[in-house]
Design a protein around this ligand. Sequence first.
Ligand code: NAP
Length: 329
Amino acid sequence: MMFEKIALIGIGLIGSSIARAVHQHGLAGSIAISTRKAETLAEARALGLGDSYTLDSAEAVRGADLVILCVPVGAYGAVMADIAQSLRPGAILSDVGSVKEHVVKVLAPLVPKDVSLIPGHPIAGTEYSGPAAGFAELFVGRWCVLTPGPEVAPQAVAKLRGFWQAIGSKVEIMDPGHHDMVLAITSHVPHLVAYNIVGTVADLEAATQSEVIKFSASGFRDFTRIAASDPVMWRDVFLTNRDAVLEMLGRFLEDLSVLQRAVRMSDGPALEAMFTRTRAIRRSIIDAGQETAIADFGRPHGAEAPAVAEVSENSAFVARADHGGGDDA
Ligand code: NAP
C-alpha cells in the first residue's frame, strides 16, 4: 500500500482506469470518488470503483494523501477553488490533464504551502469516455510525464513516480512548457487534423458522404477513431495550449504547402523521399514499443473479425472497437 487514501476528482476514462489499477495492485487503503453529476457518481458506484462516493469534492479530498484531478482542464479553476481549503497537510496534489503550463498557472496560486503540487499526464487513452470506458491496463507500457516545480520535495516526486510505475507506466520528468510543445505535435495537431478531415466529410453532400463511409477503410477510417474523441476535453486542450499548437500548426502548414507543390509539379522524387522518411518514423515508434507491428493496426481479419454492423452501430463512421489503441491526449 503506497497511500492511505487516494481521492479521484473526476471518474471518466482516466479516473476510472486509475481506480481499477489502484485496486488491482492494492496501492491505497481507500479510494474516494467525486464527480459533478449524480448519474456519473451512481455509475461509478455500480461499477465498484471506490470506497466512498460524493458530489462534494472538498469532502472527497479531506484526509487524502494523494489527490488526482481527472476532469477536463477547463474545469480546474472551479474544482481547485472547492478543494483548496480541505487538502491535507503533506498531501500530494496531481492531475492527468493533457496540457501542463496552463495547469500550473491555474493551480499553483491556490495550492497551500504544505501541499506538493506535481502535475502529471499519462500519455495513454482511447476515444471513449465515462466510468465504464476505463480499464486497469490502460497505463501499462505507456509514458507518464510529471512536471514538478523546483520547490517540490524530491521525496514527493519519487513517491508519485513510484505510484505510476506500480500501475505499469514509464515516467519522465519534464518542464511544463516543453511538455506542451512536444504534445502539440505528437497529439494535439494530429487530433486537429483528424477533426478537420472528418469535418470536411461531414460537410460533403449526402451522396458523396455515403460513398466516403462505404470506402472508408482506404485511410479515412483511421482518422475517424481519433475524431471521435471527447469534444469537451479536446475543446479545453486547444483553448489552453494555444501557443504551442499554433507554433506546430504553422510548421505543419508550411510542410503541407511543400507537399502541395510537389503534387502540383508532379515531383515524384520529392514525394517518394518524404514518404520514405515518414515510413522510418513509424518503424521507430514500433521499435520503441509504442505501437504494434501487426498489419492494419492489429485489426482482426477473416473468422476473428466481428460483423461490421457490430463495430459500427454506435458511430457514424466505422471506428475501432477494441481497447488497445494507446491513443492519447
Ligand atoms: P471523461 O471520460 O469525459 O471524464 C471526465 C470526468 O470529469 C467525469 O467524471 C466528468 O464528470 C468530470 N467533469 C467533466 N466536466 C466537468 C466540470 N466542468 N466540472 C467538474 N467535473 C467535470 O474524460 P477523460 O478522458 O477521463 O479525461 C479526463 C482528463 O484526462 C482530461 O483533463 C484529459 O485532458 C486527460 N487525459 C485524457 C486522455 C484521453 O485519451 N481521454 C488521455 C490522457 C489525459 P461528470 O460526468 O459528473 O460531469
